[in-house]
Design a binder for this molecule. Structure first.
Ligand code: ACM
Length: 712
């Protein structure tokens, strides 16, 4: 079963003799890692031991040479190491009373006062049986190294150990971001903090905070208090809270780039201050989603005075060099309905709204500059009228990133990393901001700064945010950090499972949150049957859901679709099993340019044919056995009424799967008509019901094809 994958990667005690074959499961994969013999014992089998950390600067040891940020990070690392190693590591960051510390951290300098794109994030980690040495140019690199060290710890031969290893690591891209929309649904402070903790594990370095949109303005302004008193519905961050988040992020090596969407997606601004809008009569915050009809008023000078005051105020809270102005989806509906604005466009010779938007952005540039900011915005701000020092965030496709680079603009890629598209980790991981076959020349390639994962919040709330974001974001974070040649999918999934558990350890609720939601949904009737269904279904994509969502039934975000996750572990496990039974088994070794991980193929992967058959039999049997319970659950639970077709089909698919497995295993030809009936069931089951879909249909189809082949 799926346990097999991570069970043997890090958790199993494999005995002292096997210490050299101990698994490493680093994520993101470092640029270079070389294993050596032996390991550093964190807890001895008997007796007391201190895991001590000493700091050195410029080669000179001394406990007091660490700055507060580094010291705090070391404390956090030791708390987590304690948990991994069983709670019995006695920890100290003051160095040992005598002799060598277990870990010496040497950092050349603290790092930039305001972290920039050019912050040196590299580090080296050297673990030998006698001790560990972490060296970095800055605190930020050292913090990345500490995350790596934590991932090395595991239990071998009755002790918690770090394998002997030399890691020399640095990120591939400088901009490795995560965007969170807190406008469509508000996310309270603890969610933001644990998201930042997850980002630190993933070595992501930019938190892009989408603070305003039509449905709510979430940042307190003292100059313009109506933005939140009228425009937030009461859900917003105070200035102290935003400062707290900036500090929390900085303590983890993460920049915070705020986004205030303008001139479109600005209904909440205009509800609060109609005088900066283009004449729309806004009476309330919208509660539905889509492309808005309201825009800020570009011809009016007072609009820029307002924005100057607002941006100045926000610049005192957000020190980052970049200020995100949004700029997406501005069709100009409000502008074209306003005769004064149309006349302005005519006088200026603007052909349409894109030219007026470019004018608006040109007016924003000196304002941003005056407050020490560089402009970043979505695709739509790309316009030759704007200077080359703006950054384009590409959301409409990979090609628009390249188009910007060819025109000399820096850019970051987001189009393939929209989490609400509900794509698999593998699909997102393989999408590369700079693919091997890029047509960009060397100079243009340097303009691609990296990418950002995006989490929009139309269908998201504080209970579901973690499971929508994690663990898939880890796969993209690895794409941004690790060498381009790292493309091995089985190996990715093995490490993802282990790193996913680590995320819960830092406080994310992406595993336990959906479990709780499912318990609430199922009650005491047949919770195990719902668990089974949830393990093999995933949410439909945003676009499919958007179509179907206009009923009250789905507005509360507490349905099965909210309690299942994209790309659940069973999908990959079943695909591996079917490959083992029906051929085409892929080994999970790294590519030739990958770090040296020889000896790191975990036990139980790939499964033997016998294991795979046993796993599949068990699954197919469970689907059939649970079908009556699922059906009863569907009929008796109002919020689950719509899963009835899934309950019926899961039982039928279990039966067909079991039959196909028997035909393949016993090399028996299926009876006449069987294949047609199986194909018809597969076709019938490939639908979106209750806003979820089955994840395993390609695996069953492969098995059915293999069975059919027996008949030829
Ligand atoms: C966007 O998805 N409208 C940036």
């Amino acid at each position: 079963m799926q346990w097999r994958f991570f069970g043997s990667v890090v958790l199993a005690c494999v005995g002292a003799a096997a210490a050299s074959a101990q698994q490493i499961a680093l994520m993101p994969m470092p640029a270079s890692a070389k294993r050596a013999d032996g390991s550093l014992t964190v807890t001895p089998v008997h007796g007391l031991s201190h895991f001590t950390v000493a700091f050195a600067r410029n080669g000179a040891p001394g406990a007091l040479t660490a700055d507060t940020r580094l010291l705090d990070a070391a404390h956090r690392m030791l708390v987590r190491l304690d948990r991994t190693c069983g709670g019995d590591v006695l920890r100290s960051v003051n160095g040992p009373a005598s002799g060598r510390a277990t870990l010496t951290i040497e950092v050349a300098r603290e790092g930039e006062a305001v972290q920039s794109l050019d912050e040196d994030e590299s580090y080296k980690l050297d673990v030998t049986p006698a001790g560990a040495q972490l060296t970095a140019a800055t605190d930020v690199g050292a913090m990345h190294g500490m995350e790596t060290l934590l991932q090395l710890a595991s239990h071998v031969g009755g002790a918690c150990v770090l394998p002997a290893i030399t890691i020399d690591d640095a990120p591939r891209f400088r901009w490795r971001g995560f965007m969170l929309d807190v406008s469509r649904h508000f996310e309270p402070l603890p969610v933001i903090k644990r998201t930042l903790d997850g980002m630190a594990v993933a070595k992501l370095n930019v938190f892009h905070w989408h603070l305003s949109d039509d449905q709510g303005f979430r940042a307190e302004s003292r100059r313009f208090p109506r933005l939140t008193s009228v425009g937030s519905g009461g859900l917003f961050y105070t200035q102290e809270q935003m400062r707290d988040i900036v500090a929390y992020a900085r303590a983890r090596g993460i920049r915070v780039v705020p986004e205030f969407d303008m001139p479109g997606h600005s209904t909440s601004w205009i509800l609060a201050y109609p005088e900066i809008g283009s004449g729309e009569d806004i009476r309330a915050l919208p509660t539905t989603f889509g492309i808005p009809v309201a825009e800020l008023d570009p011809p009016r000078e007072s609009t820029y005075k307002f924005l100057d005051g607002f941006i100045g105020e926000m610049s005192g809270i957000f020190p980052d060099a970049y200020f995100h102005i949004g700029g997406d989806e501005t069709p100009g509906t409000g502008w074209m309905a306003n005769s004064r604005i149309r006349a302005f466009m005519q006088r200026r010779g603007f052909a349409g709204p894109p030219e007026l938007q470019a004018y608006f952005n040109q007016r924003l540039l000196p304002i941003l500059e005056r407050h020490g900011k560089r402009m970043i915005g979505w695709d739509e701000i790309l316009n030759p009228a704007l200077p080359k020092d703006i950054v384009i965030q590409s959301w409409r496709g990979e090609e628009s990133l390249a188009a910007g680079a060819r025109q000399g603009y820096e850019g970051i890629l987001s189009a393939p990393y929209y989490l609400d598209a509900q794509k698999s980790s593998a699909q997102m991981f393989l999408a590369d901001p700079l693919p091997a076959d890029t047509k960009l020349d060397a100079g243009q390639q340097t303009l691609v700064l990296g990418g950002e994962v995006c989490m929009w919040a139309e269908q998201l709330d504080p209970e579901t945010v973690d499971s929508r974001v994690w663990p898939r974001t880890l796969a993209v974070a690895e794409r941004f950090w690790s060498p381009q040649s790292n493309r091995d999918l089985p190996y990715l999934y093995q490490r993802l499972r282990r790193a996913s558990l680590e995320l819960e350890d830092v406080g994310l609720l992406h595993i336990s949150g959906p479990q709780q939601l499912r318990r609430n949904l199922a009650g005491t009737l047949h919770p195990e049957a719902l668990e089974l269904l949830a393990s093999v279904t995933e949410p439909v994509s945003f676009s499919d859901r958007e179509e179907e969502q206009h009923t009250d039934a789905y507005n509360s975000l507490d349905r099965l679709v909210d309690a299942v996750v994209a790309d659940p572990p069973s999908r990959q496990a079943m695909a591996g099993d079917v490959d083992a039974v029906a051929g085409d088994v892929r080994l999970p070794a790294g590519g030739k340019d990958s770090p040296d991980t020889s000896g790191d193929v975990p036990e139980g992967f790939p499964p033997t044919r016998g294991e795979a058959i046993a796993d599949l039999e068990e699954r197919f049997f469970a689907w059939q056995r649970n079908a009556p319970a699922l059906l009863q659950l569907a009929r008796e639970t109002p919020r689950l009424n719509d899963i009835e077709p899934l309950a019926v089909e899961l039982g039928e698919l279990g039966a067909v799967g079991a039959q196909a497995l028997t035909f393949v295993d016993t090399r028996t030809a299926p009876p006449p008509g069987w294949a047609e009936r199986a194909d018809a069931l597969l076709t019938r089951s490939a639908h979106n019901t209750a806003l979820v879909r089955f994840t395993f249909l390609p695996s069953i189809e492969k098995l059915v094809l293999a069975a059919e082949a027996r008949g030829r």
